[in-house]
Design a protein around this ligand. Structure first.
Ligand code: ADP
Ligand code: MG
Length: 340
């Protein structure tokens, strides 16, 4: 039988699919191109991911980009379904006879109705069996944390739209917070700073580039600067200016503090036993937002706990989602092999 097991990280910025035995097989932006003012996905439902991004540059007038999960909630069910269905079909394309088993990690903040919608979409897209898993759990599995053991582990997953903070123990989530402050808000903070300080309008992609190239959460050994291009708000004309990494760090203070506060708030809710475990086990960070320079330093300072990045933070959730099935099978075999 050619049945595929796939784990899908349905992220606010990027969707990743990992297939058991193959690793990450798809990594595309969670973007859909629709006819402006409608929720009709272009190209017969195929204008998704890279294709959608490409179309946008070429025909800006009548087409808009939708990021259906932007703030960690599903803004449009139909568009989300089109996206999920496209990705599942793309991965399972050569394998039409038997539907795949699909595990999808969803932001922990989404409602029961939204979960049901994700579940139904996967089924309609040909999934033979569908399981949903909370994103912090998937991140913990992907990061190799001892989530099933009687000790506490803590994961902070910073994506584009949401930051998920969770304390896990005995295979369950003991405490968890999902805040709508993450990578996108860092970009917005940079846009606002450029307006305020230089009367300059810059685009979202420029802001993201500044963040990735010179952004930081705490002082770095070498400070750098970067040329930024945009539009002068007074003359309306194109212009360039230099910004320093120090300025950008100040611009990022607000979102960085908000993330740090979400972490300390979650810690404050933990029971003394779990808190005691975390003194030695520390905090592991995942998600693209965790790659901001020296963010671990800031979290370590705010909490007093050892803090480090997961291996390959951007694929952590997808890898964890996929191995959930392996663990699930192990569990099932154990149960089946029990006498009686
Ligand atoms: P999601 O799970 O919400 O789809 P991801 O985990 O894919 O999000 O992370 C996407 C976010 O990570 C974006 O805001 C992106 O700008 C940010 N990001 C990616 N690489 C870096 C980097 N090197 N430094 C800072 N932020 C980064
Ligand atoms: Mg994510």
């Amino acid at each position: 039988m050619f049945s595929v097991d796939m784990g899908i990280d349905l992220g606010t910025c990027n969707t990743l699919v990992a297939v058991r035995g193959q690793g990450i097989v798809l990594n595309e932006p969670s973007v859909v191109a629709v006819q402006k003012g409608t929720n009709k996905v272009l190209n017969n439902g195929e204008a998704v991911g890279f294709v959608a991004k490409e179309m946008l540059g070429k025909t800006p007038g009548s087409i808009t980009a939708v990021r259906p999960l932007k703030d960690g909630v599903i803004s449009d069910f139909e568009i989300t379904e089109a996206m999920l269905s496209y990705f599942i079909r793309k991965v399972n394309g050569r394998n039409k006879l038997v539907g795949p088993r699909v595990v999808i990690s969803v932001p922990s903040g989404i409602t029961a109705v939204e979960k049901q919608a994700v579940f139904n979409s996967a089924t309609r897209a040909g999934s033979r069996m569908t399981y949903l898993i909370e994103e912090p759990m998937a991140a913990a599995i992907g990061a190799g944390l001892p989530y099933a053991e009687p000790t506490a582990s803590m994961i902070v997953d910073i994506g584009g739209g949401t930051t998920e903070v969770a304390i896990l123990s005995l295979g369950d989530i003991a405490e968890c917070q999902s805040v709508r402050v993450a990578g996108d808000d860092m970009d917005e903070a940079i846009i606002a700073y450029m307006k305020r300080t230089y009367n300059m309008m810059i685009g979202e992609q420029t802001a993201e580039r500044i963040k990735i190239e010179i952004g930081s959460a705490a002082p770095t050994e070498t400070e750098t600067n970067m040329e930024v291009r945009g539009r002068d708000m007074i003359s309306g004309l194109p212009r360039r200016t230099d910004v320093t990494s120090e300025e950008i760090r100040h611009a990022l203070l607000e979102p960085v503090n908000a993330i740090s506060e979400a972490v300390t708030r979650t810690l404050e809710k933990a029971s003394p036993e779990l808190a005691a475990d975390l003194v030695t086990n520390g905090i592991v960070m995942a998600g693209g937002g965790s790659l901001l320079r020296n963010l671990t330093v800031v979290i370590e300072k705010a909490t007093g706990l050892p803090t480090k990045l997961a291996d390959d933070p951007l694929t952590c959730v997808a890898r964890g989602t996929c191995s959930y099935l392996e663990n699930f099978d192990l569990l099932k075999n154990n149960l089946e092999s029990e006498p009686g």
